[in-house]
Design a protein around this ligand. Structure first.
Ligand SMILES: CC(C)(COP(=O)(O)OP(=O)(O)OC[C@H]1O[C@@H](n2cnc3c(N)ncnc32)[C@H](O)[C@@H]1OP(=O)(O)O)[C@@H](O)C(=O)NCCC(=O)NCCS
Length: 323
């Protein structure tokens, strides 16, 4: 097993990793567009910033790359968790490699004070679920992947008025100093998004976390945009965020959308997301698709996404176990 260093990897290292991921994804996620080499590189160089530190291990047998594990170590209230994604090359499955890789990770995760492991995006009824259940994991949640193809969508769907009594504000990168503390507070509203029995809780938002995350986006060259809803009293009552990665110019990734409880049911979620779509696609003509993921039980968000032009392409499960 080796720790994969995305800053030092050679072309041959990327080729091997990509061959494994592309083969596995073709088999495991046929509903999703094929994995490209750029996507493999982007996934490691510009990871999901808000999920915490990301480490990748590769497993080799006789010099052949046979599996890889991506581990995310979230912070700010989720320090007990490790989120693990293991893929074994389709040619060498059912030989104990996945099990051995997971067991080899365990002491390293304990060293980082993690006490629970979760795996996300397993195929319903697929090999990952059988494998994980055999190892003592329980299925605790499920989430949908939704994709919008811009060539097919009627952009008129995004002409949505802002509800009376509110206005929208937006920024790229850092939140304005005068708003950052109200913004950090509003971000806690994501805690109401259904997560089943997953232990991945909404992070403890603070100005410090907002600023740390903004710095991580900057250091990875990820463009992060935010639209917030502001009440007539000047309070930040909702937000939505979207990211563009340097190696994936044709894709935008939707992040959190949340509205404070007292302001729900007025159409703010739809208005903020529409404004974000109009804004982000207007000055990025190369964008072809937008991705988003949300809990299967989050019927309101799923319905808003359908109204905007997203299609549900996949449902994946979440498994969880004490370490
Ligand atoms: C899940 C995965 C990692 C398993 O890797 P693997 O090396 O093939 O698994 P192992 O050989 O260690 O399997 C151990 C046991 O798990 C169970 N298992 C594994 N694959 C299975 C399948 N396709 N169907 C039923 N049970 C399965 C079996 O009990 C197996 O023991 P057995 O072969 O003696 O019957 C691999 O199928 C994979 O990469 N899947 C796609 C990604 C994924 O779902 N990852 C898991 C979540 S992080």
């Amino acid at each position: 097993m080796r720790l994969f260093d995305a800053d030092r990897a050679s072309d041959a290292d990327w080729d091997a990793l990509h061959e494994l991921q592309a083969s596995a994804y073709r088999l495991d996620y046929p509903e999703r567009p094929p994995m490209t080499r750029q996507e493999t590189i982007s996934g490691l160089r510009a990871p999901q910033v808000q999920a915490g530190e990301q480490l990748t291990w590769t497993a080799h047998r006789n010099d052949r790359l046979v599996a890889r594990a991506i581990v995310m170590l979230p912070s700010d209230g989720n320090e007990h968790l490790a989120l693990v994604r293991i893929h074994v090359h389709p040619d060498v499955r059912r030989q104990g490699i996945g099990t051995e890789l997971l067991h080899a990770l365990e002491p390293m995760l304990r060293d980082r004070d993690r006490t629970r492991v979760e795996g996300w995006n397993l195929t319903l009824g697929g090999p990952g679920e059988s494998w994980a259940q055999g190892l003592g994991f329980r299925i605790v949640h499920s989430a949908v992947l939704q994709i919008m193809e811009l060539s097919e969508v009627d952009r008129g769907r995004w002409s949505v008025a802002v509800p009376p009594g509110y206005r929208l504000m937006r920024w790229v990168g850092a939140a304005p100093e005068s708003f950052v503390s109200a913004y950090a507070k509003a971000r806690e509203a994501i805690g109401d998004a259904p997560l089943g029995e997953s232990e991945f809780g909404a992070p403890d938002w603070s100005v410090d976390r907002v600023r740390r995350i903004e710095a991580s986006y900057r250091s990875r060259d990820i463009e992060h945009r935010t639209v917030v809803a502001v009440s007539s009293g000047g309070e930040v009552v909702g937000l939505t965020e979207m990211e563009a990665r340097p190696l994936l110019p044709e894709r935008l990734q939707q992040g959190d959308t949340a509205v404070l409880p007292a302001h729900r049911g007025h159409g703010l979620g739809l208005a903020m997301k529409s404004a974000m779509l109009r804004w982000f696609t207007a000055d990025r003509p190369g964008v072809a698709h937008i991705w988003t993921a949300t809990g299967t039980g989050n019927t309101h968000m799923i319905a808003v996404n359908h109204r905007l032009g997203f299609a549900t392409v996949r449902t994946g499960s979440v498994v969880s176990r004490e370490l």
